[in-house]
Design a protein around this ligand. Sequence first.
Ligand code: NI
Length: 226
Amino acid sequence: MLLTLPHLLTQEDVLTARTLLNNAPWTDGRASAGEQAALVKNNEQLPHDCEAAQHIRAMVLRGLDNCPTFFSAALPKRVFTPRVNRYGGASNFYGNHIDNAIRSLPTGQRVRTDVSCTVFLNDPQDYDGGELTIADTYGEQTAKLPAGYAVLYPGTSLHQVKPVTRGQRIACFFWVESMVRSDEQRRLLFELDMNLLRLRQQHGETAETTALTGVYHNLLRMWADT
Ligand code: NI
């Protein structure tokens, strides 16, 4: 399932991020890629411990905390440290690849990469190319979203960032280990949850919404690993 999260970051967040990114210490993105991915990766990224990366990371994590749609879609168990990356100039693409299934946090704790998320930090008109394309069950999907918007997609999918031919594409990127490993099961839970929300908005609480909320929680109990 591909899902857009509009306004995950506020306009103020985006402006702060841009100021922080002036003179930020960009490094070669291949350092953090798996073996196959390193062959096709050609971008730049910020070290986790630099000031800009720390601030932007905190901003993104706060945005996620305030976004119930993210929670419903990803059912997060752990979030891997968000990273800031840049495509432009001579380092301008990331060819087709599938991300490594398991990443390790500095604490040694492992994170299974069930869900991937890209948060766009600048606007589509700032650059040409740079589309994120994702091979989905229904064909190839493309995401190139306004600053502050995010896209969620399954970690299992083949994806790429097309070459940036003008300007710079700056984004924050992270993985989520979900309480529910299967993309299909997460999608069913998300659809049920979102439709329950709409039913409640239209009709208030009814015996049916109460019963279906029970179904939601019992499915979550059956499928979730906490
Ligand atoms: Ni990737």
